[in-house]
Design a protein around this ligand. Structure first.
Ligand code: OGA
Ligand code: MN
Length: 197
C-alpha cells in the first residue's frame, strides 16, 4: 500500500476537500477485485434517489451495480481498508462516521452518470465519498472521466478512471459526473455515513 496513505487523505480533506491518489492499494488486492468484478454476477440497474424514493432513470444514470457484502476474500480486504480509513477519519477529523456502503459499478460503452451530489437531499447521511477505479490502460479516447466540480460549477479535476486510482471527497460539497464511456468501465463507489438510513 501507498506509504502514508491515510495521513495523505486526511491532510487533503482538511486542505481542499478532495484527493486523487494513483497506485493507492496493493497489486494483489486490485487484481483480486477485478477478477471478482469481471464475473458480472448479480448486477442490477442502478437507481436514482430523488426526493427520498429510488427510481430508475436512464436519462440521468446508466450503470449496473452490485453491492459489496464482504463475503469474498477481496471484498473483505477492500472493506478492511475502508474500515481503517474510517477509523483515521474519525480520529483525526471527528466525523463520527458509523458505516460504509459500497458497490461495484459497470458502465458499458455509452453509459454515463449525470452531474449529481452523493448526499441525499435533506439528509447528512453520506459524509465522505470514495471512488476506486479498476481499468487497465485507460486512454484519453476511452472517455469515462470522473469530473469533479466546485460549488460554482468550476471544474476542479478531470480524473482518468485508471486502475488503482482512488478518489476521496466530501460528499456534500462536490458535484461530480461520469462522462460517457467508450469502453467498458469498472469502479467501486462507496460512502461513509453517520448512520444506516
Ligand atoms: C456514484 C458515482 C462514480 C464512478 O456512483 O455516485 O459518482 O466513477 N460514481 O463510478
Ligand atoms: Mn456520485
Amino acid at each position: 500500500m501507498h506509504k502514508k496513505l491515510y495521513p495523505q487523505i486526511i491532510d487533503a480533506l482538511v486542505d481542499k476537500g478532495y484527493i486523487v491518489i494513483k497506485n493507492a492499494l496493493e497489486k494483489e488486492l486490485v487484481s483480486g477485485l477485478i477478477t471478482e468484478l469481471k464475473d458480472e454476477k448479480d448486477f442490477t440497474r442502478a437507481g436514482i434517489s430523488g426526493a427520498g424514493d429510488l427510481h430508475l432513470d436512464s436519462t440521468k444514470r446508466r450503470d449496473k451495480i452490485h453491492w459489496l457484502d464482504g463475503k469474498t476474500i477481496f471484498q473483505d480486504r477492500y472493506l478492511n481498508f475502508t474500515d481503517t480509513l474510517k477509523e483515521h477519519l474519525n480520529r483525526e477529523l471527528f466525523l463520527g462516521l458509523k458505516y460504509y456502503e459500497s458497490h461495484f459499478a459497470i458502465y458499458d460503452r455509452g453509459d454515463f452518470y449525470e452531474k449529481h451530489l452523493d448526499a441525499f437531499r435533506n439528509s447528512k447521511n453520506r459524509v465522505v465519498t470514495t471512488v476506486f477505479f479498476l481499468n487497465e490502460n485507460w486512454g484519453k479516447s476511452d472517455g469515462g472521466e470522473l469530473i469533479v466540480y466546485d460549488k460554482n460549477d468550476n471544474i476542479l479535476a478531470q480524473i482518468t478512471p485508471e486502475l488503482n486510482t482512488l478518489v476521496v471527497f466530501m460528499s456534500e460539497v462536490f458535484p461530480h459526473e461520469v462522462k460517457p464511456t467508450n469502453r467498458k468501465r469498472y469502479s467501486i463507489a462507496g460512502w461513509f455515513r453517520v448512520d444506516r438510513f
